[in-house]
Write a protein that binds this ligand. Structure first.
Ligand code: G4P
Ligand code: NA
Ligand code: NA
Length: 194
């Protein structure tokens, strides 16, 4: 997605150990026009698939999940990382290990919001090791619902996330694919392949 690549090049900052900071438009401040374009692009990528609901995880998945859901006219649900006071039983849950943060969190979603006949598109902001996306897919599988696919805003293609998701049988569509962040430089996958 060209607008996203330009935003990454113009506003992204490569911080140490292969991490891209995009706090000006995705992870802290939000660019609503760009996020709306992401929603339109996800709808194009999964064109022809029947989708009844979007599933994401708080916090940074919420904005692109919202615009995709709005585009489709369907609800979106965000999994929580911390148990809410009013939501203590009747939960689907999965353990998600973050290699980046070296911690394991339990993610949860109410059983009321993922039903057996749901066809779910998973959306998230970053794909690194794939643990968050696999955790979300696990919530869907536990509910005996269907994962239609996984839409990612920024894929770090030098990490194993995509491979793990594809091995599990899921269609992955990423709006930008990073081949490398070495030498404080963003290189997209296409530039390397050709
Ligand atoms: P994984 O789910 O693919 O295995 O990823 P990992 O554990 O490595 O990532 C943990 C958190 O760090 C996630 O956000 C993920 O989106 C984010 N992350 C991973 N790599 C990058 C990167 O290069 N740049 C940025 N900006 N974020 C990255 P989170 O903790 O769930 O936070 P949030 O959703 O509240 O933002
Ligand atoms: Na994030
Ligand atoms: Na995220």
């Amino acid at each position: 997605m060209e607008e996203l690549k330009q935003a990454i090049l113009n506003k992204g900052v490569v911080v140490s150990n292969g991490v891209l900071k995009v706090d000006t438009f995705l992870n802290h401040q939000i660019d609503p026009i760009l996020i709306a374009q992401m929603g339109q692009e996800f709808v194009k990528r999964f064109n022809g698939k029947e989708i009844t609901k979007i599933l994401t995880i708080e916090s940074s998945g919420i904005a692109p999940a919202f615009t995709t859901a709005l585009e489709l006219g369907i609800p979106f649900v965000f999994a929580r990382k911390k148990k809410s006071l009013t939501l203590s039983s009747n939960l689907l849950s999965a353990k998600v290990h973050s290699f980046t943060k070296n911690e394991t969190n339990e993610i949860t979603v109410s059983k009321d919001f993922i039903l057996e006949d749901d066809k779910i598109l998973i959306i998230d902001d970053f794909l690194a090791n794939g643990e968050a996306a696999l955790g979300l897919a696990s919530l869907v599988e536990q509910a005996n619902a269907t994962v239609v696919g996984i839409g990612i805003v920024i894929e770090k293609s030098f990490q194993p996330g995509r491979e793990k998701l594809e091995q599990a049988g899921y269609q992955v569509e990423s709006l930008a694919r990073l081949a490398s962040l070495e030498n404080n430089t963003v290189r997209f996958l296409e530039e390397v392949a050709t």
